[in-house]
Design a protein around this ligand. Structure first.
Ligand SMILES: *[C@@H]1O[C@H](CO)[C@@H](O)[C@H](O)[C@H]1NC(C)=O
Ligand SMILES: *[C@@H]1O[C@H](CO)[C@@H](O)[C@H](O)[C@H]1NC(C)=O
Ligand SMILES: *[C@@H]1O[C@H](CO)[C@@H](O)[C@H](O)[C@H]1NC(C)=O
Ligand SMILES: *[C@@H]1O[C@H](CO)[C@@H](O)[C@H](O)[C@H]1NC(C)=O
Ligand SMILES: *[C@@H]1O[C@H](CO)[C@@H](O)[C@H](O)[C@H]1NC(C)=O
Length: 513
């Protein structure tokens, strides 16, 4: 039941909404009532399931979470949404992706990482994508991710080969309505767009501040820490500080991949023990020393479990660093774009890895090594922590109102009692009814709320078809000798799924002209 009381809290809310710097209209408030809420208890740092409870959102924040029996002041004009029987979850956080690649969807389903680098990566694509391709790919990709309940994304935006393409990626992030930490990328290109040009663009983007008053903030993505000259690295670090970036992210491939942007290397530049969050993507060959540096400086790795399997990037040891890790998607054009799938794949991968340690001794495991709550926290709260945002990835008073509402009675979910297990192990994107970013509906009743989505679809398809034809006509490279002079290439045994002749591998692009 709604109570309209003029308590001090209520007057305070009214005062806030009339005295905002922009002098905008009254607070907009939404009440999700009577649902099962996956809340976060800041005192115990644990998930807390609240049953038959409600979430009050005022403007961009969660103002209260309460049991229906308590007296809570509901601002006048609050829209009430009955979520009886449904699951209310915080928005999911993706700490690693490349939004511009959306147009490659399904054409690289079989690709290995060594093929990816020479066919689909930032350098292979530099002369092929226009600013329009980057913009519409970024926008369509982010809308896909909002549809899947991912409300915060750290984008390593390396689809930038000119001022125009760099700007287009940022504009796509801004227009999506998602909370994007847009990792403006500085990289060594061969097309004449120099590091100096890129740093100048970074400064002008920061000064222009087009992203201010949106859900986007400016980050930096840079992979040159381990390979570029100290002069270049220092100039990039200085530019990042001057642009006041909200996060820095770097690919930490290592092992046979090179790209050894480790915590150790950043620390040698005095660029690790700093107030800015640094997110190391992949970190498959993290050392114990690197892990210890991450802990002492409170920096995070982004584990991308599906990418790990799809591309075979490294050993399965990342479970050692789950206390300083969040989840990422990576190349969403080649596989799932949602974080729940990543949480599920990661949970089951860690379980298998740790079970095998016992089974290898011909012993029988007694217990299960990782819980659904742990997977859920990696998919939500830890993403916020990786970005040093205590107010993201949780449902708690004062947190950003990034809210996802799951149907409770879809055929797949019917019968649940544990909402966390329901989400992590049984839900899919189609079960997501509503998604809010900062108190704004971006998906409602199963539909994206962006204006003219049909027009965006048409514009995206035009770009995607052009790119897909272009790539179809590009011959596959012969991968021989060594990868970047680092490690030898070696073919992997391909599986055979057919009895008798043939393997069943297929050729799905055959009819695509
Ligand atoms: C929740 O509400 C349902 C129906 O409204 C009721 O049957 C149930 O007892 C309530 N549970 C709690 C814990 O209050
Ligand atoms: C800031 O955003 C709000 C809500 O989108 C809008 O109403 C307002 O005009 C914006 N202010 C500026 C200065 O852009
Ligand atoms: C720098 O960014 C932080 C948030 O990332 C913000 O709180 C601060 O006000 C910014 N400082 C300047 C000088 O813009
Ligand atoms: C990081 O800085 C803090 C505070 O200045 C210091 O106590 C700590 O030892 C530093 N850690 C490393 C790894 O340098
Ligand atoms: C997968 O690989 C096979 C053989 O390597 C190829 O014929 C097929 O077209 C590929 N499928 C896709 C979707 O690229």
């Amino acid at each position: 039941m709604l109570l309209f009381m003029h308590s001090p809290t209520f007057r305070c809310l009214v005062a806030l909404c009339f005295c905002g710097i922009l002098g905008v209209s009254r607070a907009s408030s939404i009440l999700f009532s009577g649902g099962t809420i996956i809340a976060f208890d800041q005192a115990t740092e644990a998930l807390q399931v609240l049953r038959n409870s409600s979430v009050l959102v005022v403007d961009d924040r969660i103002v209260s979470l309460f049991d229906s029996r308590l007296d809570v002041t509901i601002p006048e004009g609050t829209e009430e949404i009955d979520v009886t029987g449904k699951i209310v979850s915080p928005g999911f956080v993706d700490t690693h992706r490349h939004g511009w690649q959306t147009g490659f969807k399904t054409i690289a389903s079989n690709t290995s990482l060594s093929e990816y680098f020479v066919r689909y990566g930032e350098f292979a694509s530099q002369d092929k994508l226009t600013a329009e391709d980057v913009y519409i790919g970024q926008l369509a990709g982010l809308l896909q991710t909002l549809n899947a309940g991912v409300t915060t994304i750290l984008d390593h935006a390396h689809g930038s080969w000119s001022d125009e393409t760099a700007q287009a990626g940022l504009d796509g992030s801004i227009d999506s309505g998602a909370r994007v930490f847009h990792g403006f990328t500085v990289h060594a290109l061969t097309n004449g767009y120099s590091i100096t040009d890129q740093l100048a663009k970074l400064q002008s983007v920061a000064q222009e501040g087009k992203f201010k008053n949106t859900s986007v903030s400016l980050g930096l993505a840079y992979d040159g820490f381990s390979t570029a000259t100290a002069e270049e690295v220092n100039s990039v670090i200085d530019a990042a500080k001057q642009a006041n970036v909200s996060v820095v992210t770097t690919h930490y491939g290592s092992g046979p991949w090179g790209s050894d942007n480790s915590p150790e290397v950043l620390h040698s530049y005095n660029f690790l023990n700093i107030s800015t969050p640094i997110v190391f993507s992949h970190a498959n060959f993290l050392t114990t020393q690197g892990a210890s540096l991450l802990r002492s400086t409170n920096q995070y790795v982004s584990t991308a479990p599906e990418s790990k399997s799809h591309f075979g990037v490294g050993p399965q040891t990342a479970y050692h660093i789950q206390d300083q890790a969040a989840l990422g998607v990576d190349t969403h054009s080649t596989f799932s774009a949602d974080i729940i799938t990543q949480a599920r794949i990661w949970l089951q991968t860690v379980r298998r890895t740790l079970y095998v340690q016992v089974l290898d001794k011909w012993n029988v495991p007694t217990n299960n090594p990782m819980s659904v709550n742990q997977a859920f926290l990696l998919a939500t709260r830890h993403g916020g922590l990786a970005l040093r945002r205590q107010d993201i990835g949780i449902l708690a008073e004062g947190a950003k109102a990034d809210v996802v509402v799951f149907s409770g009675d879809s055929p797949g979910l019917l019968g649940w009692v544990d909402p966390v297990a329901a989400v992590v192990l049984h839900s899919h994107v189609g079960d997501i009814e509503h998604v809010l970013v900062e108190g704004r509906f971006v998906k409602r009743d199963g539909k994206l709320m962006v204006g003219n989505y049909a027009g965006i679809q048409q514009r995206f398809l035009k770009s995607a078809r052009r790119l897909q034809h272009l790539w179809k006509e590009t011959p596959y490279p012969a991968l021989e000798g060594a990868f970047n002079d680092i490690a030898d290439y070696e073919p992997v045994k391909e599986v055979d799924t057919l009895r008798g002749d043939g393997t069943g591998r297929g050729c799905h692009l055959a009819g695509f002209h």
